[in-house]
Design a protein around this ligand. Sequence first.
Ligand code: PEP
Ligand code: MN
Length: 351
Amino acid sequence: MIIVLKPGASKEDVDRLLERIHGLGYRTHLSRGEQRTIVGIIGDEDKARSEPFEAFPGVERVLPILTPYKLASREAHAGDTVVVAGPARFGGGEVSIIGGPCAVEGREMLFRIAGPVKEAGAVVLRGGAFKPRTSPYTFQGLGEEGLRYLRECGDALGLPVVTEVMDTRQVGLVERYADLLQIGARNMQNFPLLSEVGESRKPVILKRGLSATVKEFLQSAEYILARGNPNVILCERGVRSFEDSVRNLFDVSAIPNLKKASHLPVIADPSHATGRADLVVPVARAAIAAGADGLLVDVHDDPAKALVDGPQALLPAAFAALCEDARRIAEVLGRTVVGPVGSVGPVGARV
Ligand code: PEP
Ligand code: MN
């Protein structure tokens, strides 16, 4: 960590700062330039980061040298982490597609949609049982009943299943039914929940918060990794903006940006990113072209009757065409879309 002092910092300011740093057990390297004095702190930067050095008189700026997400960063881990869930592999040049309804509305609809979703090329089935709805008066999901249908359907088709967990109290329950856990955008900074899923060894799809920076996103991933769960998949799903013709603003640059900073796989959710079925396919294509390791796509066979997010759902045929596009785009870039599906195998990370 480097501390830059103000041009007018007095000798007393520098001495007081050095005394504090040495008192905390760090060594220092002092550089007195013509205009500025710069103090280099030698020692555990993670610990030093929590000291309020900016509050000292004479200090202009404190510059950390290391990233605040050491386990998630490429500095700690040069190769790509590949997260495996049954037939799905995310990362290391392999692309996996997740599809299914936004919410599990019932057993029959799930089976009706999941069959074509698998046939199209999805290697993971999605479906929300606990839905984070803006209004408390709208459909909140079927809860455990929905988890049961999801498990049953996944087993019948040989597909691993992913569903959202919204609360620390639900983690045990959701973990019993799901192969992958999803942390929704609204919970990206629910730190107790991140720590709780960090205790699990099931893969976690962590969605980017509504107004989270890339750095904050990676710090949230760090919470999960720090508890010992290496199976984290980052999901870009758009951020809030002034533009109101789309639900969120899809940040395509976040994909290469995250992949440069981190070894974790990055997938994209073009459905929640746009909120519009007519934009899902082009945005998904762009995500694959930008290097995404997978897609998470809402599919419904009767979007007009969907209980949640109908306007953004693709019909199964459109989803199949998208899977084919993804395969062709990935191939041009020397990457492979995983599929067709085998049986549900082990779940975990190859790191
Ligand atoms: C979802 O995938 O069902 C969902 C609610 O997405 P997000 O958390 O990104 O809004
Ligand atoms: Mn949704």
